[in-house]
Design a protein around this ligand. Structure first.
Ligand SMILES: [Zn+2]
Length: 81
């Protein structure tokens, strides 16, 4: 599945690909390729995922152009956040 969030590596809001295998997760920025692997996919991680969605919704209100960041490779640099 895909989620739009801020990437700690490239500093852009970008589409992350999330893969879940047997309660472990991998995340990869589809813009710069930054990846984190073998993350625990537990209650806390799912909660964080939901918080990310809520944060994204708030950010989209301030920066409507973020709504266009949806497909793998899409990214947006927000300088004044
Ligand atoms: Zn990135």
């Amino acid at each position: 599945m895909y989620v739009t969030r801020k990437c700690p590596a490239c500093g852009c809001w970008a589409v992350f690909e999330i893969g879940i295998f047997c309660k472990r997760a991998t995340e990869r920025c589809t813009h710069c390729g930054y990846a984190m692997g073998n993350l625990a996919w537990d209650r806390e991680a799912r909660q964080k995922f939901e918080e990310d969605q809520a944060l994204l919704a708030r950010m989209c209100e301030r920066y409507p152009q973020l709504r266009n960041v949806q497909r793998p490779g899409d990214h947006l640099k927000i300088d004044d956040e």
